[in-house]
Design a binder for this molecule. Structure first.
Ligand code: CAO
Length: 536
């Protein structure tokens, strides 16, 4: 167990914690951001010095911290390697020192060179993003550049409002305290309630009362994007998160100090956009709203190009379409493919079919698939789970109800085989033949389609190799099974004809990572390839 503390952050003292990015139980990677700190000089994310599992978080939003303040207890999985300040090998890249000290930087009556403020022992730090451009009108405290060392990511805000006259650096440059960032031409500070001198240098962090941890003080300074449509106020990780989701931060209302946009604001924005549902949104795809201002759906008069016939979607298609669409756009899907050698399993199945046919049902591969999946779900419980409403907790289910996609004349339905773990392969085969008949006769009740914990979609009876099934929310994974095919498989000495079953597992990447999914499919393959494991 190791305690992670605030590293040397220079003369930033009593800096407000504005966001906690991890929680107990989280597995964090080395360098993963743990908390965001914000002073009036910079925004910093403090990364983890090593990989591990968070045992206890020692700070909360609103706390004030300094170098050495405990952040959290980490059960380090890997050898913790201390994040040393970058001892830059003398790679000539001298910081571009500013000609004048930042406090006396005025180079004309209303012009000043804005320089990197005191950023402690961060030296030769790389500029990873320049957030403004020449000619841009910027607000006081608006972020100008993002710097990143191996210890922290920082945004340097503007000490004053004005218009950017000239940029003095570019991404990739290395900077230290005093390096020139840009030349700023002062403007009227009409909206500044605090009558500060026009062109002031970055100030020291306010020394907040020590014994008063509470919400970070809200500044009356207007937030960046209120002035001249400037860049929204958000930390680098929030920008990255928004970029990944395709969210335009300019549309997001920030709830953090000084209007800063937090992770939770981006999440709330996405939830809101989804909740507005089919009737909202500027662009529509066949009646369904498209999120995030995508271009309008093409409205084409197809009859201009040839004869056409218009038919309504089936009732089931109309009902299920919006749900499929929601699941597709709101769950980050990844599909992991694999092949299972089912030569022995198929021989066993065929040997048993006479038995079940006498009883009036078919022993199909699907019954074995359900059994094998339950075995794998028990081994990897996070696949038998759901995210809760907040999106911050995983609910692991201790029951195994497997949904099976059934193709019916009216469309796709997914009846659920309840308590599949307590049923033998014959029982499962019997139940499958009954529910698929019921589904095709349109006789399934709502109760027959509820409570699923994992789904299987089998197109094996039809053909094709791999496909990417859509996760049936709130489940977190679905297995797509395709048609088995005889393939030459190398056994180390020769190619052997083996019956191979193509599998494609789509999973929710928010809950399951790629390595775990590959382990799950490998395990499933091993179970299907060795029927002894299946019977156990
Ligand atoms: N590989 C090779 N053959 C397979 C197979 C596989 N993976 N799976 C089934 N088969 C064979 C069966 O053995 C059977 O052969 P015989 O007719 O010679 O006995 C034949 O294909 C038809 O099987 P089936 O479809 O009747 O039975 P099943 O248990 O495999 O599937 C059900 C049942 C209800 C899942 C299936 O009928 C169905 O509706 N599948 C479609 C599901 C679907 O549409 N999914 C898409 C979702 S994404 O839009």
């Amino acid at each position: 167990m190791s305690q992670v503390v605030v590293p040397d952050i220079g003369d930033f003292k009593e800096v407000a914690v504005i966001e906690i990015l991890v929680k107990p139980g989280d597995t964090v990677a080395k360098e993963q951001s743990l908390i965001t700190l914000e002073s009036d000089k910079a925004t910093m994310e403090i990364p983890s010095p090593s990989a591990g599992v968070v045992k206890e978080v020692k700070v909360k939003a609103g706390d004030k911290v300094s170098q050495g303040s405990p952040i959290l207890e980490l059960d380090a999985k890997a050898e913790p390697k201390k994040a040393e300040p970058t001892k830059q090998d003398p790679k000539k890249q001298e910081p571009k020192k500013q000609e004048a000290a930042p406090s006396a930087a005025a180079s004309g009556p209303r012009t000043q060179t804005v320089a990197v403020p005191d950023i402690g022992d961060f030296k030769e730090v790389e500029v990873i993003e320049v957030l403004v451009k020449p000619g841009e009108k910027i607000a006081k405290e608006q972020s100008l550049v993002t710097l990143e060392s191996d210890k922290a990511t920082m945004e340097i805000p503007s000490p004053a409002a004005g218009v950017v006259k000239e940029l003095k650096l570019k991404p990739g440059d290395k900077v230290s305290q005093g390096s020139a960032i840009l030349v700023l031409e002062g403007t009227e500070q009409r909206a500044e309630p605090r009558a500060e001198p026009k062109a002031e240098a970055p100030k020291a962090a306010p020394s907040a009362p020590k014994a008063a941890p509470g919400p970070a003080p809200r500044s009356p300074v207007p937030e960046a994007r209120e002035e001249g449509g400037a860049k929204p106020h958000a930390s680098p990780s929030v920008r990255k998160f928004a970029r990944e989701l395709g969210v335009d931060l300019a549309q997001v209302q920030g709830s953090g100090p000084k209007g800063r946009i937090l992770h939770t604001d981006v999440q709330a924005f996405v939830k809101g956009a989804l909740a507005r549902g089919p009737s909202a949104g500027p662009a529509k795809a066949g009646g369904t709203a498209l999120p995030f201002n995508l271009p309008a759906w093409p409205d084409v008069d197809f009859a201009k190009f040839g004869p056409v016939e218009t038919k309504p979607l089936s009732r089931i298609q109309k009902l299920s379409g919006p749900y499929l669409h929601r699941n597709w756009i709101s769950i980050p899907h990844v599909t992991q493919c694999d092949d299972a050698d089912i030569t022995d399993l198929e021989a066993f199945r065929k040997a048993q079919t006479a038995e079940t046919e006498k009883k009036g049902f078919k022993l199909t591969m699907l019954a074995f698939m359900i059994k094998a999946c339950v075995t794998a779900l028990k081994q990897y419980p996070q696949f038998n789970a759901s995210l809760d409403k907040s999106g911050e907790n995983i609910i692991i289910k201790k029951y195994y109800h497997v949904g099976v996609a059934v193709d019916t004349p009216g469309g796709l339905v997914v009846p659920v085989v309840k308590d599949a773990d307590r049923k033998g392969v014959f029982d499962l085969a019997h139940e499958l033949s009954e529910i698929s008949k019921k589904a095709r006769d349109g006789k399934l009740g709502p109760g027959d389609m509820q409570g699923g914990t994992f789904s299987i979609s089998s197109l094996g009876g039809i053909g094709g190799s791999y496909f990417t099934p859509i996760i049936n929310a709130p489940e977190v994974a679905i297995l797509g099974v395709s048609r088995s095919v005889m393939k030459p498989v190398w056994d180390g000495k020769a190619f052997q004809p083996r019956l191979m079953l193509p599998l494609a597992l789509s999973y929710d990447h928010r809950v399951i990572d790629g390595a775990t999914a590959a382990r799950f499919t490998s395990y499933l393959v091993s179970v299907l390839s060795d029927i002894r494991k299946l019977i156990l």
